[in-house]
Design a protein around this ligand. Structure first.
Ligand code: DQA
Length: 147
């Protein structure tokens, strides 16, 4: 793997992991997730994990990934289901030759009907959903293998 860094971007309400619907999302926090990914990351690879409730900020981080040549693990959270603005920004990442892996902690297809649509998947390099925090670990492995 040649990338020095992987951006792990998390959308709205994921800052509440640990206390938010633990029956759906588990009891781990984003800090726990960061530690897990740092332990998994190949030597010399930095995990840059961020969370925002702000669509504009998430879009600006995708631009940053493109400009810095950094692959992305993206959990768009509820933006998954309706944000064409996020989709258009996400599309720039694979167009720049960088991996963009869409992840979900839960399996949205096994939940309410509005979660069955992802406007992001069509521009992602790949999608991993339903494995809890392991969705992110599998995404990191995929990025490592692609690079
Ligand atoms: C989620 C699934 C989305 O439907 C939901 O809005 C989230 C989290 C997941 O990781 O399972 O906030 O992306």
């Amino acid at each position: 793997m040649t990338s020095a860094s992987v951006l792990v971007l998390n959308g709205p309400n994921l800052g509440r992991l640990g206390s938010r619907e633990p029956d759906v999302y588990g009891s781990g926090t984003l800090d726990d997730l960061r530690s897990i990914l740092e332990a998994d990351a190949p030597d010399g690879t930095t995990i840059d994990l961020r969370q925002t409730n702000d669509e504009a900020e998430l879009i600006s981080w995708l631009y940053e990934a493109v400009d810095s040549g950094t692959p992305v693990i993206l959990n768009p959270a509820a933006f998954t289901h309706y944000s064409y603005a996020l989709r258009d920004a996400a599309a720039l990442v694979p167009k720049a030759g960088l991996a963009l892996v869409e992840v979900h902690i839960s399996n949205p297809h096994a939940r309410e009907a509005f979660r069955h649509t992802s406007v992001i998947s069509g521009v992602a390099t790949g999608v991993i959903a339903g494995f809890g925090f392991d969705s992110y670990r599998l995404a990191l492995t995929a990025i490592t293998r692609l690079d």
